[in-house]
Design a protein around this ligand. Structure first.
Ligand code: ATP
Ligand code: CA
Ligand code: CA
Length: 431
């Protein structure tokens, strides 16, 4: 529950996994990017490319420890998502993730068992996901694509890639790459994860006082009397987008998602230095071996490999060390892809406004996260079980339609002038 990044260096338990993930991404993404763009077909949504890495002969990595398999799902679809809908520069994407093998790990933030890793410039998050979430994302990929195409300002997580690493002993690890909602250059003074449910949705206040990085929940939000300060203009836009996104999630039959809100107080600025631990950069010496290993040696693949190597060289050429340092020193460059987005255009977030739409001294960093939980039988069981002891409508695993309606009404009530969230408190009258 604590937003602290632990840098993964050699010797870290997850170093090999990180190394494999980044090597796989680098090879797979550059291979796809090196090809000429073509229109998507239906098959692209179910396509997957397999890679088999065999790193024998690489002086950087010791023997069989780094043999692994990598699977790249729907590469063409994610390429289109990144380029056309999420405004990412292909070389930039690859560089941020893989120019240096550096990630930091978010100490087990959820109950689900997922791991979270930040790219070294803090722009991207790699989240390991359960196999069922993976299957679910593939099953809705076409609808997801249609939704982000029709809703360029969507608040829903931006997925940039879906991959799988298979370790030699057979363990399969699925992961997605998505946008980090929080900025690299601003302290987040308070964080909330809001579902519109109140049962069990409280971070202990005594602990919260000691830990400014705690992720607070619905009851903390209610008890602290928080509201989203939005003037009529932003309020209308935000409500409309939230309504559309929720409607989409309801139609996809999901639940358990939340609105993540990071609050930056401009008066307080960055003096508390609550951002990630300044990354002590782990930098393997890639000077000689910094090339993806040839994946297969078949002649038919030679051309693809050449194109890929060329793309990678071009990308890497932009990455001389000085330039990377400059990029890290100037985080606004990393926010360029958000500049045209209504809810992410003020320093990467949304500035609070007063009733005359004038700027206030708060920036919100927010978005809808954790959208890959379909209302499956497990949740149905949990629903019945929890429903015996608590108010059935206030617990989190309710059916998707109800979940979405409750989510929306809680958030509408949370906006200044929206009626307040007191009525959502346990024991409060429902109407
Ligand atoms: P659970 O299912 O128990 O809620 P989970 O493992 O599915 O957990 P998430 O709900 O996706 O995890 O995220 C957990 C926490 O990680 C969030 O509350 C937030 O603090 C952080 N987080 C997740 N996604 C993002 C994101 N896109 N940007 C910034 N922070 C994020
Ligand atoms: Ca969650
Ligand atoms: Ca989850």
């Amino acid at each position: 529950e604590v937003l602290v990044g632990n840098l993964i260096g050699e010797g870290h338990v997850n170093y090999v996994l990180m190394y494999n993930m980044l090597t796989g991404i680098r090879t797979a993404v550059s291979r796809c990017q090196a090809k000429i763009r073509r229109p998507l077909t239906d098959e692209d949504y179910t396509a997957a490319n397999k890679y088999s890495f065999d790193i024998v002969g690489n002086e950087l990595t010791p023997s069989a420890k780094y043999d692994f398999k990598f699977k790249d799902y729907a590469p063409w679809v994610f390429r289109v998502l990144r380029e056309d809908h999420f405004n990412l520069d292909p070389a930039d994407y690859l560089l941020s993730l893989t120019a240096k093998y550096i990630l930091s790990e978010l100490g087990s933030p959820g109950k689900s068992g997922s791991f979270f890793y930040f790219s070294r410039d803090y722009r991207f998050i790699i989240k390991t996901i359960h196999h069922s979430e993976h299957k679910y994302l593939l099953s809705i990929l076409k609808d997801y694509h249609a939704h982000v195409r029709d809703n360029p300002h969507t608040l829903i997580s931006r997925f940039y890639g879906l991959h799988r690493v298979k370790l030699p002993r057979g363990r399969k690890i699925h992961f997605v790459i998505m946008n980090n909602l929080f900025p690299p250059h601003r302290d987040i003074h308070e964080t909330y994860d809001l579902k519109g449910s109140t049962v069990g949705r409280e971070y202990p206040e005594e602990k919260a006082r000691e830990n400014p990085k705690a992720v607070l929940k619905d009851l903390n939000w209610i008890n602290r009397g928080r509201t989203l300060e939005l003037g009529p203009m932003k309020r209308a836009l935000f409500e409309e987008q939230l309504r559309r996104d929720t409607k989409f999630l309801q139609s996809m039959n999901v639940m358990d998602y939340s609105l993540l809100i990071g609050i930056h107080n401009m008066q307080r600025g960055n003096r508390d230095n609550l951002r990630r631990n300044t990354l002590r950069v782990f930098q393997p010496d890639f000077s000689s071996g910094d090339r993806p290993q040839p994946v297969r040696r078949k002649m038919s693949l030679m051309k693809a490999q050449q194109a890929e190597a060329k793309f990678l060289r071009r990308a890497m050429r932009q990455s001389d060390p000085r330039e990377l340092t400059d990029r890290e020193a100037d985080p606004t460059a990393a926010l360029a892809d958000r500049q045209h987005l209504v809810f992410y255009q003020d320093e990467g977030g949304m500035r609070a406004t007063d009733e005359a739409n004038g700027d206030l001294d708060t920036i919100y960093y927010l978005g809808v996260i954790d959208i890959l939980t379909p209302y499956n039988s497990f949740k149905k069981v949990e629903h019945l079980w929890k429903g015996m002891s608590a108010d059935r409508h206030k617990i989190s695993p309710v059916p998707p339609l109800e979940y979405g309606n409750r989510f929306l009404s809680f958030l509408y009530a949370s906006i200044r002038g929206g009626g307040g969230t007191e009525k959502f408190k346990p024991g409060a009258d429902k109407e």
